[in-house]
Design a protein. Sequence first.
Length: 200
Amino acid sequence: MERLRARDTEAGDDDRPDLAGGDPEVVFARLFDAHAGALRSYLAGRVGAQVADDLVAETFLLALRRRAAYDPGRGPVRAWLFGIATNLVRSHVRQEVRALRATVRAAREDPGAVPERPDVRVAERIDAQRRTRRLATALAGLARADRDILLLSSWADLTPTEIGQALDMPASTVRSRLHRLRSRLRAAVLDAEATQEGVA
């Protein structure tokens, strides 16, 4: 699975603009230029490309409407925007779970679901398909909040501090949950592999 990760183009991770002051059109044009790509990549991984485009627009619309609520003292604007985006994803959770289940079905039904490369042997492609299916199943089975934490880390490249700011929880909680979630997913994939090997 190829993941596209867009990093902020102009603004650093610690930018904390004054959203309440200045010309909102200019401020939000800069914010959009700096963060829309990263938001779109994250959202596309969560809900698909078509919905992601709508959610990026909705994220910036809500940010513009709620700009007075942004507190630069709580963290960078990037984390605030990802928090808004994640809250929007929560309202689309059914599509997210459906997409993960579709990935499981695609990996099961279509041998081409894992990109084919001439230098990768057939057995390796089959193993990759199985891992993709197991991982998607494990992700679909996570609680919404846990899935948000894991995907903000993995797909959006947010730090535990930024995730905490986005989801309004302590960074230490994010770190411990990330550790627990990664261990749980790793165990689920490895257990499924061990079970599969025992059957074979």
